[in-house]
Design a protein around this ligand. Structure first.
Ligand code: SAH
Length: 345
């Protein structure tokens, strides 16, 4: 019989699983607490469970693990991990320590289907969704590797499209936010999407307190079709319509991610359109200069950036400019995985 991975189940589902196997439901709470609060993954040492029960549990259940195959530390302290999964596939995770908080950036899929022009994540195509345990193990491995007492911030901005793996994303979020689990407050978590409208609406209902970022990157359909082909399925009108709907019902402002690409999306008309969209959905905008070069797309130089921001300041757009972290370690989505050669496998 194939053993069941404890880390694939939220507490509620683990209780159900234990109940179905005639194990007292409260033992699910014990195991859950040992795993996520105490970081203990051996049934043998779980002192509040009887020896018989521990033996029984270890016959049915196990705790999966992932180990970093590569670990690149940048001068600014950012650590990029490349994890090898059981089926030999790879994913990336970033740990970004800052003065007052630490952030972990996690992946949700192996590869990506959405093929955004500037993003390396889909370069090798889409392979598969990550299991709940694989999403969690990224966090747990970074916690263990850095002896963290807690995680301050989690961003779902690694490889893959979180909303294309909706079920496993939600189950992992249950565990991450559970007080008996990783106990990360919902408002310290941000999920970023390329713009899958049905899931955006479902998510704002299922997890109203978790922050939402939407990768916009262009403000007219022609340019967005080119930069983000997902726009052909969910147009700007549909996307901004959905975002307006949720902004009316939510306490949180949606963040619009806007990657700056030289000679593409930095025109005056883009600024005007962006101001209109941001106003319509009362969103904040986060500008990011394109990291690296891909298909002839590059970011602005500092002068172009300055000039662009000078114009943005004349509008009522509420914005931030994201610093590029870990540049020399290929810290943007999928860059480490793409740089890996087949020989290294
Ligand atoms: N699929 C999700 C989350 C993953 S990407 C999404 O599309 O939002 C996280 C963010 O990094 C997205 O805004 C993405 O567009 C951006 N990004 C991808 N490649 C980049 C690059 N080379 N430079 C800067 N930002 C990049």
């Amino acid at each position: 019989m194939k053993k069941i991975d404890i880390k694939d189940y939220s507490l509620e589902n683990l209780r159900r699983l234990f109940f179905e196997r005639d194990i007292k439901k409260f033992h699910a709470d014990h195991v859950f607490k040992w795993c996520y609060r105490e970081r203990l993954e051996v049934f043998d040492n779980m002192s509040d469970i009887s020896k018989n029960n521990r033996e029984f549990l270890s016959k049915i259940f196990y705790f999966s693990e992932i180990f970093p195959e590569k670990r690149h530390k940048a001068k600014d302290g950012t650590i990029k991990y490349l994890f090898r999964l059981n089926d030999k596939e790879t994913i990336e995770t970033a740990f970004i320590p800052e003065k007052n908080r630490n952030t972990i950036c996690v992946s949700t899929q192996v590869g990506c289907k959405f093929r955004c022009k500037m993003c390396a994540s889909g370069d090798k195509g889409f392979v598969r969704n990550l299991a709940v345990s694989e999403i969690l193990n990224q966090l747990l491995s970074v916690i263990d590797d850095n002896s963290l007492e807690k995680i301050d911030n989690i961003v779902f901005m690694g490889i893959g499209e979180p909303f294309d793996n909706y079920g496993n994303l939600c189950e992992s979020l249950e565990i991450i936010t559970d007080k008996k689990g990783l106990a990360v407050p919902a408002h310290k978590i941000c999920v970023s999407t390329c713009g899958l409208v049905p899931e955006i609406l479902a998510f704002s209902h299922d997890f109203p307190k978790i922050k939402l970022s939407v990768s916009l990157h262009a403000c007219d359909d022609m340019l967005r079709d080119y930069i983000m082909p997902v726009n052909k399925k969910y147009t700007l009108k549909e996307l901004t319509g959905a975002l307006r709907k949720i902004s009316l019902n939510s306490r949180h402002k949606v963040t619009l991610e806007y990657v700056l690409i030289r000679n593409k999306n930095m025109r005056d008309i883009d600024i005007n359109n962006l101001a209109k969209i941001a106003k319509k959905i009362t969103a904040k905008v986060n500008f990011i200069t394109l990291n690296g070069e891909k298909d002839g797309l590059i970011g602005p130089d500092s002068k172009e950036l300055e000039e662009f921001l000078r114009k943005v300041k004349k509008t009522d757009i509420q914005f931030t400019v994201r610093k590029t972290r870990g540049k020399e370690i290929s810290a943007s989505c999928g860059q480490l995985r793409t740089g890996e050669t087949a020989d290294e496998r």
